[in-house]
Design a binder for this molecule. Structure first.
Ligand code: SF4
Length: 219
């Protein structure tokens, strides 16, 4: 199977449960969710004229709308050639679940990596049993029940307080689970949203996720 890939790079995970963890990011090209505040809009479409050879993609130093098709073997070989030290792989997007990720995550685990998927939960999720699933529900698109019950963490984007009504619906489905970590994440470093997140996290004993990579000015 070939995946449309926007970029593969090593960095520090800036958000959610794995914040601070050296990680290899595999960013999938393609997303139909179209959040207004999306900070990776360049991943939404696979425009033919923006397709580049994967050898070129592996040299990318900046994020842009160039993308390439790669299969599992090519992805793993190219990661190994880089000799990166990170052993954690974050499959993100775009929306990674436009693809079946079982084979990719299984094979990465066989190579000694741990895997994490960051998904909006709007597409069927298929991955290895051990993959850590970060669900980031978007209130303007239905979150699939199967993604909610598979989530290891919920990283919920907050602009205003009423956004939390959608999180309450999601949590009512998870009410018997004690192991799902809940993070509130202010959208686009908005100071008002940050205040709301801090207030609600304190009241509910949830955790705050603040996109540290944006403060550190790293990818
Ligand atoms: S789901 Fe993610 S990649 Fe897609 S539009 Fe929303 S924020 Fe952007």
């Amino acid at each position: 199977m070939y995946y449309s890939i926007n970029e593969i790079f090593q960095t520090i995970q800036g958000e959610g449960y794995y914040t601070g963890t050296p990680s290899i990011f595999i960013r999938i090209q393609g997303c139909a969710v179209h959040c207004k505040w999306c900070d990776t809009k360049y991943t939404w479409s696979c425009i033919h004229n923006n397709k580049i050879p994967f050898q070129e993609l592996m040299k990318k130093k900046i994020s842009n709308n160039k993308w390439s098709y790669m299969n599992v073997k090519e992805i793993i070989l190219n990661i190994k050639e880089k000799k990166w030290k990170a052993k954690h792989v974050v499959i993100t997007g775009g929306e990674p679940c436009i693809y079946n990720l079982r084979s990719l995550t299984n094979k990465l685990e066989k190579q000694g990596f741990t895997c994490q998927i960051e998904t909006s939960g709007t597409q069927l999720l298929d991955c290895s049993f051990n993959t850590w699933v970060t669900l980031s529900p978007k209130k303007h698109k239905t979150t699939l029940y199967t993604s909610i019950i598979r989530a290891n963490e919920i990283k919920f984007p907050v602009l205003q307080e009423q956004d939390l009504l959608y999180l309450e619906i999601i949590l009512s489905i998870l009410k018997h689970r004690k192991t799902c970590h809940i993070f509130l994440q202010p959208i686009s470093q908005n100071p008002e949203s940050l205040k709301i997140c801090m207030k609600i996290c304190t009241v509910k004993n949830w955790r705050l996720s603040i996109q540290t990579h944006k403060y550190l000015l790293i990818r």
